[in-house]
Design a protein around this ligand. Structure first.
Ligand code: FAD
Length: 513
C-alpha cells in the first residue's frame, strides 16, 4: 500500500551518501516530506551572551547552518522536491505533531549519538513505534557505528587511539546516488513552512554590518572543498598533522573540512574513500595517527568514547576524567575569551576563533593548554563552553574529547609538557604575520617584540602606535611562574587521583604509558 514518508534532516545536510534519504524515497512512498525543524536551543537569540548569537551558538555557526539549509533546498528542488522548514518549539514536539497530521507511514532520520539527540529521538521513536509508523535510523554521520565498536570491545569503549583502530576495521563504502528525482512533497496542512530564513529573519536584524567567517556552508561548498583539498596527491600522501603550520591562515595547512563534517554537508565515508583512492595510486603515504585518514579516525575515536562514557562532557561523574581542583577566575577567563591576555599568539588565535569560527589544531592546542594546565589553571569545561559556542565545527564528542586531552584530564597525561605562549608560535611565524592580521593594534610592532610587546622600549611602542597597558594589555600572568605553579598543582592532583584510583583508573594509566 502507498504511504507518505518523512525525511527528518538534523545533521546529514546532504544528498550524497545519505542512507536515510535513500530509504525514505524507496518502496511504496507516494509523498515524501523533507523536513528541517529550527531548534530554539541553538537559534533563539540570547542578548546576555558574551557575543551575538544564541546561548549555544555564535552567529558564524548559525549563518553556516542557514547556508547549508539553503543549499540543501536547492539540491532537493533539482530533484523535484524541496525543503520544508518548520519552527514552533521543541523539534520532537513538532515532528510528533506532523507525524499525526501528515499521515506518515515511514519516518527516516540519521542516527545521532549525542545525549541531546538521543533523548530527542527516543521521544519521537516511541511515539512513531506506538503509532505503527516504520522508523529507519541508520548510522551515517560517522564511519563506524560506535555501539558496534563498543560491543566488540566487551561493552566498554576503547580508551586509546591504537586500540580503537585495531577494533574498528574498515568502514563501509558510501552509498551511490542512484536517483535523479524524488517523490513529490505533499500538502503541509496547518503547518507553516517558513522556508530557509535569513539571519535577520531569525531575529538578528539589529546587528548592523556583520562580517561572517570566510567559510561558507553547504554540501556544494563541501564537495568543492573536498575536491580542492585532494587535488594535490602528493600533499595528501605526505600529510602529517603535527608538521602543519598553525599560523598559516590565508591557505590553512589542513583541509578545513571540519564544519562540513560537523553538519554532515560532507559524508565522512566519501572523504575516507577519496583519500584511500589516492593512497592506492601513490608509492608511499603517511599512516595513522598523523595521516589524513588518521585524522578521520581521531574523529571516530572521540565519537566512540563519548558515546560509551556517561557524563563525558563534565569532570564530575566522568570515570575517565581526572579530578583536578581547577580555579575559578572570571576575570582571567574573560581575558582569554576576549583575546586580551597580553600574549599576542594566544590573543590572535582567540580573535580568529571569534571572527572565523575556525583555527588550526595546534592553535587550539596552544590556547586550550594556556587556559588550563599551562598558565591560568581554569576549568576545561569553561574553555569548552567558549569553543562550543564560537566554533563553526563545534562538535560535542570531538570538542569535549580534545578539551579532556589538552587539560591532561584524560587520554594524555604529560602535564609537564606545556606550550609556550611566546616561542611556540614564533617557530612557525617569526615575523608575526598571523598576529598582525588578527591583532591590527600590533601591526607596526617590530618583529623582535611582536611575541612579547611588553618588552619593547617605550620609544618603540610609541613609534608602533601601541602603548602596552593602554592600547594592548600587559600579560595577565608571568608565563614562567604561572606554568611552574600549574605543574605543581597538576602533580598534586595527579598524586591524589592515583591514591584514590579504582580499577578503571589503573587501566587508563597503563594504557597511556
Ligand atoms: P584536518 O586536519 O584536515 O582533518 C580532517 C578531519 O579529521 C577534520 O575535519 C576532523 O573532522 C577530523 N579531525 C582532525 N583532527 C581531529 C582531532 N584532533 N580530533 C577529532 N577529529 C579530528 N574538531 C571539530 O571538528 N570540532 C570541534 O569542536 C573541535 N574542538 C576542538 C577543541 C580543542 C581544544 C582541540 C585541541 C581540537 C578540537 N577539534 C575539533 C579537533 C581539530 O582541531 C579539528 O577537527 C581540526 O583542526 C579541523 O580542521 P580540518 O578540518 O582542517 O582538519
Amino acid at each position: 500500500m502507498e504511504s507518505n514518508a518523512l525525511m527528518w534532516f538534523r545533521k546529514g545536510l546532504r544528498i550524497h551518501d545519505n542512507p536515510a534519504l535513500d530509504h525514505a524515497r524507496r518502496g511504496a512512498t507516494r509523498i515524501l516530506y523533507p523536513v528541517f525543524v529550527l531548534d530554539p536551543r541553538y537559534l533563539e537569540r540570547d542578548p546576555s551572551a558574551f557575543s551575538p548569537g544564541s546561548a549555544r551558538s555564535g552567529l558564524n555557526r548559525i549563518q553556516f547552518l542557514l547556508e547549508s539549509l539553503a543549499d540543501l533546498d536547492k539540491s532537493l528542488r533539482r530533484l523535484g522536491s524541496r525543503l520544508i522548514v518548520l519552527r514552533g518549539g521543541d523539534p520532537a514536539d513538532v515532528v510528533i505533531r506532523i507525524l499525526r497530521e501528515w499521515n506518515i507511514g515511514k519516518l527516516c532520520y540519521e542516527f545521532d549519538t549525542e545525549p541531546y539527540g538521543q533523548a530527542r529521538d527516543a521521544r519521537v521513536k516511541d511515539f512513531a513505534s506506538g503509532s505503527g509508523i516504520e522508523v529507519f535510523s541508520p548510522v551515517s554521520h560517522t564511519l563506524f557505528d560506535p555501539a558496534h565498536v563498543i560491543q566488540k570491545n566487551g561493552g566498554k569503549p576503547p580508551l586509546t587511539y591504537q586500540s580503537f583502530v585495531k577494533l574498528a576495521g574498515q568502514p563501509a563504502p558510501p552509498i551511490g546516488q542512484p536517483f535523479s528525482s524524488l517523490p513529490p512533497v505533499g500538502d503541509v496542512g496547518e503547518c507553516e513552512n517558513v522556508g530557509v530564513p535569513t539571519i535577520q529573519e531569525l531575529g538578528y536584524g539589529s546587528l548592523g554590518q556583520v562580517e561572517f567567517s570566510p567559510f561558507r556552508g553547504g554540501e556544494s561548498e563541501a564537495l568543492k572543498r573536498l575536491n580542492e583539498s585532494l587535488v594535490d596527491k602528493e600533499w595528501v600522501a605526505n600529510f602529517e598533522k603535527p608538521k602543519g603550520d598553525p599560523s598559516a591562515f590565508m591557505k590553512p595547512a589542513t583541509t578545513v573540512l571540519s564544519p562540513y563534517l560537523k553538519f554532515g554537508c560532507l559524508s565522512s565515508r566519501l572523504f575516507y574513500q577519496s583519500v584511500q583512492e589516492i593512497y592506492t595510486n601513490v608509492k608511499r603515504h603517511t599512516s595513522p595517527p598523523v595521516s589524513l585518514v588518521g585524522q578521520l579516525l581521531w574523529r571516530e575515536f572521540f565519537y566512540t568514547v563519548a558515546f560509551g562514557t556517561p557524563n563525558f562532557d563534565q569532570m564530575r561523574g566522568n570515570k575517565i576524567c581526572k579530578q583536578i581542583p581547577w580555579s575559578d577566575d572570571d576575570k582571567l577567563l574573560a581575558s582569554w575569551r576576549d583575546g586580551q591576555t597580553g600574549f599576542p599568539w594566544i590573543d590572535a588565535i582567540m580573535v580568529q576563533l571569534k571572527q572565523w569560527g575556525w583555527m588550526h589544531h595546534l592553535a587550539r592546542h596552544s590556547v586550550a593548554c594556556f587556559l588550563t594546565r599551562g598558565d591560568l589553571f581554569i576549568h576545561w569545561e569553561k574553555g569548552r563552553d567558549v569553543f562550543e559556542r564560537l566554533l563553526i565545527d563545534s562538535d560535542w564528542a570531538i570538542n569535549n574529547g580534545n578539551w579532556l586531552w589538552l587539560s591532561c584530564s584524560s587520554f594524555f597525561y604529560q602535564y609537564h609538557r606545556i606550550y609556550s605562549p611566546v616561542t611556540f608560535g614564533k617557530k612557525y611565524d617569526p615575523t608575526g604575520k598571523f598576529i598582525r592580521y588578527f591583532l591590527p593594534v600590533l601591526k607596526d610592532m617590530p618583529k623582535e617584540y611582536i611575541y612579547e610587546p611588553w618588552t619593547a622600549p617605550a620609544s618603540v611602542q610609541r613609534r608602533a602606535n601601541c602603548i602596552i597597558g593602554r592600547d594592548y594589555p600587559r600579560p595577565v600572568v608571568s608565563h614562567e611562574s604561572a606554568s611552574k605553579q600549574c605543574r605543581l598543582k597538576m602533580g598534586e592532583a595527579y598524586a591524589l587521583n592515583t591514591a584514590s584510583r579504582g580499577p578503571w583508573a589503573a587501566r587508563i594509566w597503563r594504557s597511556s604509558a
